[in-house]
Design a protein around this ligand. Structure first.
Ligand code: PLP
Length: 405
């Protein structure tokens, strides 16, 4: 059995330990929800204040040129491209993950005329399914969304695009991007990866692994702040003839010509539709810069260690059924089923141990290696043990289901 002293020794030797101080974390809180809303980097408030008071406040509209606002979506996108191992010039920041899914799924269907299926897996994140469904209905050309348990086995010559979330939001299980992308290509399909629970959490090599299209979230492991803009990535081979279902003036080759006809900007820049949210982008850039400073091998090693301790400590707690893989197909979160999961999570949160709950019965704990300590895992499980022994979770205050779980 792991003891707390062993974990404290790991913290003392942790090469990533200094990163914890780069975040503002409230006293007495163990934050296990960085996979849903990342913590606040210390540098973010000052940077956002600077953009507001100096750049906006004094430069006014001149800031678009003087402070490079007009290139911000490309600049931050390029940095995210490095985090995900995408080819240079293939990643931009824009809109939300849901909207970017719509844009790239539309482009994927246009790139595979004659094929009618968007193939995905059962249990994919709901927005991915809803967006795909809405797009096919809008097109009205007989496209269908097929969600199956084993999408690779279901690949056939009607599949235009295989749309998968790389890391499952419930279980934390991770797909093998290289082999699945190869299988999709062998069937003549494109592959679109949702990296929302992957970016900043696990090593990614989109270009080497043959990913065609990707989207992902800015507010989870990238620590970009609530509602941070998302990103999208298009492999160089697909950029020349990218037919997007929504084209706007800032995706035009020369927006300030104000020409009546749309002429796409070169490459992925055509996927910028409208004016980017500059304040949110400035906050996101701080999170991305911080992530770029951290060596990914150390991050991955620590994340696996945190998960391993969590799973091992939970084995001693009856009633919790782990749904997270124990091997290296695990990403950076652990999850357990328990029929009273909601109330138990509320009781934990009341003690400052913040994870989240996913219907119908899943307690989910994100493990953000930049700011978590190994002892945090021990302390979280100790609190959970105490809540179960004392029955504290039965308190009426913990039974009421709030809007966000
Ligand atoms: C968090 C998440 C999203 C979020 O989409 P938004 O449009 O930013 O709300 C999308 N897909 C997956 C897989 C996610 O985990």
């Amino acid at each position: 059995m792991i003891d707390r002293a062993t974990l404290a020794a790991r913290d003392a030797a942790d090469p990533l330990a200094p990163f914890r101080d780069r975040f503002t974390l409230p006293e007495g809180v163990i934050y296990l929800d960085g996979n849903s809303l990342g913590a606040l980097p210390r540098a973010t408030p000052e940077r956002v204040a600077q953009v507001v008071t100096q750049e906006w406040g004094t430069s006014l509209i001149r800031a678009w040129n003087a402070h490079g606002w007009i290139d911000l979506a490309q600049r931050v996108g390029e940095k995210i491209g490095r985090l995900i191992g995408a080819a240079p010039g293939s990643t931009i920041v824009a809109d939300s993950t849901s909207i970017n899914l719509f844009k790239l799924l539309g482009a994927a269907l246009a790139a595979r005329p004659g094929r009618h299926t968007i193939l995905t897996e059962t249990g994919n994140f709901p927005t991915d399914l809803y967006v795909a469904d809405g797009l096919t209905r809008l097109l009205g050309r007989g496209h269908q969304v097929r969600a199956v348990d084993d999408p690779v086995a279901a690949l056939d010559d009607d599949v235009a695009v295989l749309m998968l979330t790389h890391v499952n939001y419930r279980t934390g299980a991770m797909h093998d991007m290289a082999s699945i992308s190869r299988a999709a290509h062998a069937a003549g399909a494109l592959v679109l990866w949702d990296l929302s629970h992957s970016v900043g959490a696990v090593p990614l090599a989109l270009a080497a692994d043959g990913a065609d299209l990707a989207v992902g979230c800015g507010y989870k492991f990238l620590n970009g702040g609530p509602g941070a803009p998302a990103f999208l990535s298009v492999s160089p081979a697909l950029q020349a003839d990218l037919r997007l279902p929504i084209t706007g003036w800032l995706g035009h080759a020369a927006p300030f010509d104000f020409a009546p006809d749309f002429r796409p900007a070169g490459g992925v820049a055509a996927a910028v539709v409208g004016t980017p949210p500059v304040l949110s982008l400035a906050a996101l850039e701080v999170g991305v810069d911080l992530m770029l400073e951290a060596p990914m091998p150390a991050l991955r090693e620590k994340s696996l260690r945190l998960g391993e301790s969590f799973l091992a400590l939970m084995d001693a707690l009856p009633g919790f059924v782990p749904i997270t893989p124990r091997d290296t197909t695990r990403a950076s979160q652990v999850a357990f089923r328990h029929p009273d999961g909601y109330a138990i999570m509320q009781a934990l949160i009341a003690r400052g141990i913040i994870g989240d709950f996913r219907a119908p019965d899943i307690l989910r704990f994100g493990l953000a290696p930049l700011y978590l300590r190994h002892v945090d895992v021990w302390d979280a499980v100790a609190a959970l043990r105490d809540i179960m022994r004392s029955g504290a979770w039965r308190d009426a205050a913990f039974q009421h289901r709030q809007a966000v779980t």
